[in-house]
Design a protein around this ligand. Structure first.
Ligand code: NAD
Ligand code: MG
Length: 392
């Protein structure tokens, strides 16, 4: 039986890599629905190739533009744009699996809708889990959702762990998240103020979306991943450690109680964790060349420099603070990164905006998704006020 798939954020870096794996297995996967924010022409080409029943665009104008182009190309994909259209394609009864590859907190509601509908949820959208926290995991467990991590570090950890989750807590000593250190690992910290968006988006090993590229450069990406790991694997914050590994060959490791460590290795290419999530627990061809050990110059590991990457430690701090604090951190960081990318905010001030927003917001205990979305909105508006003080 073919798996019917919804890809949320199909025009992005993870979305296109997902469709590349799907394209290799026409007998196993069928695309039911796709979604994108504004990229009409990429979506048109995806509709022509994968013939989904639905395509969702983020605004009425983009939906209309896509619908017109589909019609003039004789394609029958229906275009949706209503407020709840993403939830609809994520929870539709005919869908088996959902790839969550929207960037930012915008992905929270559709990922939760997939979880509530008990889907197989392939989660790349780490911000959804950082914002959703305990409530997200409760929804996953209450509705029989199969949650499969796509972030390469979390996929690595997942692959190192036994399939029976109930054994994890007793066996895990710690999780070792590897980090590339991004493009500025060796740059003089005194020059961080001059970094331009183009420099920050040039990652040494991966081509990724612009937001995650900036997060990799500040190491806020790793901070978000520490929070993501806490929820995915139900460990205490202090059981999560970060190790810099610039070659990105070891994707992460699990240290067990007896000090034995298992690692997952491979060519750094997101199609590996995507193929792993699509087929789990089976394995399918991903299109990625295996590692050539003879060609590897060496694997190195080092500690993260707290002065260069002050944001990294905010994750442990936020996890130990009242619930909801991780949502505030995420909202502040989304606002700060957007301001940096639009040329308003200096690179080295992203951290200051995050820090000040954290101290300005005391989150009330979130009881449901409505509370989380309200908290996200409130933290974004406070971050926007904080930002005013730091813009050049
Ligand atoms: P991207 O910017 O390349 O793509 C984002 C996708 O989401 C696009 O299809 C875009 O149209 C859509 N989108 C953006 N804003 C939206 C909104 N408000 N409403 C609806 N759709 C919207 O990003 P990416 O690099 O593919 O990353 C996607 C997610 O996966 C992020 O959460 C990122 O942290 C995570 N991730 C990415 C990588 C990677 O290698 N790129 C690795 C690990 C995790
Ligand atoms: Mg990652």
């Amino acid at each position: 039986m073919k798996q019917r798939l919804t890809v949320l954020g199909s025009t992005g870096s993870i979305g296109t890599s997902t469709l590349d794996v799907v394209r290799r297995h026409p007998a196993s996967y069928e695309v039911f629905a796709l979604s994108a924010a504004t990229q009409v022409d990429v979506m048109l080409a995806q509709c022509a190739e994968f013939k989904p029943r639905y395509a969702v665009m983020a605004s009425a104008a983009h939906a209309k533009a896509l619908a017109d182009k589909l019609q003039s190309n004789g394609l029958v994909t229906q275009v949706l744009q209503a407020q709840d259209a993403l939830e609809k394609i994520a929870s539709h009864p005919e869908v088996d699996a959902v790839m969550g590859a929207i960037v930012g907190a915008a992905g929270l509601s559709p990922c939760l809708a997939a979880a509530k509908a008990g889907k197989r949820l392939l989660l790349a959208n780490k911000e959804a889990l950082v914002v959703g926290g305990a409530l997200f995991m409760e929804t996953v467990h209450a509705h029989g959702c199969t949650l499969l991590p796509i972030d390469s570090e979390h996929s690595a950890i997942f692959q190192c762990l036994p399939e029976d989750r109930s054994t994890w807590r007793a066996r895990i000593d710690s999780l070792l998240l590897t980090a590339s250190g991004g493009p500025f690992r060796q740059r003089d910290p005194a020059t961080l103020a001059e970094i331009t968006p183009a420099q920050a988006c040039k990652h040494p090993n991966f081509s990724m979306g612009r937001k995650i590229s900036v997060d990799s450069a500040t190491m806020m990406n790793k901070a978000l991943e520490v929070i993501e790991a806490r929820w995915l694997f139900d460990v205490e914050p202090d059981q999560i450690k970060v190790v810099i590994h610039p070659q990105q060959i070891v994707h992460s490791m699990v240290q067990f109680k007896d000090a034995s460590i298992l690692a997952q290795l491979g060519t750094p290419d997101m199609r590996v964790p995507i193929a792993c999530g699509l087929a789990w627990p089976e394995r399918i061809e991903s299109g990625v060349a295996p590692l050539d050990f003879a060609a590897l110059a060496g694997l190195t590991f080092e500690e993260a420099d707290a002065q260069r990457f002050p944001g990294l430690h905010l994750s442990w701090q936020a996890l130990k603070a009242p619930e909801g604090t991780t949502a505030v951190l995420n909202a502040a960081n989304e606002v700060a990164v957007a301001a940096f990318l639009s040329g308003q905010l200096r690179f080295d001030r992203i951290h200051a905006v995050n820090l000040e927003t954290l101290s300005a917001v005391t989150p009330p205990q979130p009881r449901n998704v409505g509370d989380l979305l309200a908290l996200n909105d409130e933290a974004r508006s406070i971050a926007t006020e904080v930002l005013e003080r730091f813009v050049a």
